[in-house]
Design a protein around this ligand. Sequence first.
Ligand SMILES: [Zn+2]
Length: 317
Amino acid sequence: MLQEFGPIKLLEGQRNSHFPACRSLFIDDAEKVIIDPGADAETLRYVNNTNTISRVFNTHYHFDHIRGNGLFPQAHILMNEIEADCFQDRRNIPRRVGVQEVYGEKGIEEWLFYIQQKDPPQTPFSPSRNPLWFSASSRLGGTYKDGEVFTFGKVEMEVINSPGHSEGHCCLLFPKQRVVYTTDIDLTAWGPYYGGSDSDIDLFITSAHALCFLDVDYYITGHEVGVIAKSEFQRRVDEYLAIIDQRDVKILRALQEPLTIDDLTRLGITYGGSHYVANDPWVFMWEKMSLVQNLGRLLKRGAIGFLDGHFFAVNVD
Ligand SMILES: [Zn+2]
């Protein structure tokens, strides 16, 4: 265990909680609770074997934050009320992720087929066919909503809906310990993710800024960065959000020549190059859905135009 805030204990995921793992919280209080079981499976198993975990909270429905739900068969699995539909009908997962928008109903059927296989062939850079999707989305024990407060003993937890990354994405505030779990507003060097059908780039920015005003001393991110003090979080949020503008600049450069969205997607501007988007259908999907968000903003600003299926830059610095 990396660090503790009283009964709130951090559990690390593999590779410094890099996607497709995440940092989990273990609330070791009168009631024992797990938040986002994306930490190392051995660690989660150990915690479950040595404690009676009654509830598992998922901050949102993405793979890395729900993957370990099946390790807690006795616990109630709780999802935010907006995304609870993912556990009522798991087809809502590919709908929200972007599979339907990019690959249609056929993509959803394929996803359902692969995640139910024992050892399905995997795609190289994403957990698109990981069977853990199936076990993780097989139960819903309850929902929670924005502003709701839970008391586990000494620990109180307040839900803060922070949409943009996904529609229902929630950060979790622990006022008594003066710390907040920011989950996927994570300050990673790669930058913000808004590559789903239910993502919204403007809401992401608003949600990230809103976290800066919380009455806390520390922030716990869901990936990599870890625990940082308030002043450090405030400074790094600006650098993190500036990555969105850097993506705009690259898009504008590419659009000196008119391109279709699929041409632009194949460049892999957000996901590190053409190799990744060419070899993993989900990376192609994330790239395309991220572009939809950046292009929407650039169109609104008049920085690009759209004609005959092609985007083109209007003003390039
Ligand atoms: Zn996420």
